[in-house]
Write a protein that binds this ligand. Sequence first.
Ligand code: NAD
Length: 258
Amino acid sequence: MQRLQGKTAIVTGAGRGIGEAIARRFSQEGANVVIAELSPKTGKAAAASIAQETGNRTLFVETDVTDPASVQNMHQQTVEEFGTVDILVNNAGIAVFNEPLDCTVDDWAKCMSVDLEGVWTCCKTVLPGMIEQNNGAIINIISNHAFTVIKATFPYPVAKHALLGLTRSLGLEYADRGIAVNAISPGYTDTQIAEDDFVRTGDAAKARAETEAKQPVGRLCRPSEVAAIAALLASEEARFMIGENIVIDGGVSIRMYE
Ligand SMILES: NC(=O)c1ccc[n+]([C@@H]2O[C@H](COP(=O)([O-])OP(=O)(O)OC[C@H]3O[C@@H](n4cnc5c(N)ncnc54)[C@H](O)[C@@H]3O)[C@@H](O)[C@H]2O)c1
């Protein structure tokens, strides 16, 4: 399907993982895709690989979502290259996990600056253009940590809960300006972050098997499964959905204790 033909989409943190899968899917759907990524190595590689696969235009812009000037520069380059911004996916995120009283001032600031403030900075930067063209879609990649909590993962769920508030606030505020702001909350997804977690235990294969066994579906979420939902939310087909949070966690968050 080519549901995003002629659209321009910015995907933050699209050098790898969920963001790369979303950028790839959007490009397959016909969009011009901007890889707004901190790492030049992965960002350039993702942009080249996607363009080669789909034949559609991609642009890598080295971007730090915690730095408003960097986000401004990325937006400017996008507009110069493609004219408009139709879709923003706020995907860049980091996991900062502590017991609350072990969370340092730096841990807190690092987590909030990427996972929460970075999202607001990107929204603030693209919204005026979307309002002017009376059309746009913003998709925030949150987590099932937006409404459930695992002990010793502080302050990640604090930021992710707040993102739900941001999604709803902006969703309602700009619903009558042709803009749909929504969120996706994936569960445990098979990306480098997950693999690093498994490796850290000392027996990656065992840790993976144990984690998979805890999932009602018996496996982790695939990045492409998050991307499929993102493509729907980005398309004109989903414009009556406002401030929603689509949970794609294989049923983990609806399960009572066993
Ligand atoms: N993997 C999971 O299990 C999972 C589950 C639920 C939600 N999420 C969320 O999905 C998103 C993507 O996760 P992932 O697993 O693909 O992670 P990942 O670490 O594989 O990818 C994140 C990307 O964001 C980039 N990034 C980090 N800080 C940045 C910054 N300041 N500016 C720009 N880019 C930056 C990284 O370089 C990396 O390429 C995150 O917001 C994460 O919280 C992940």
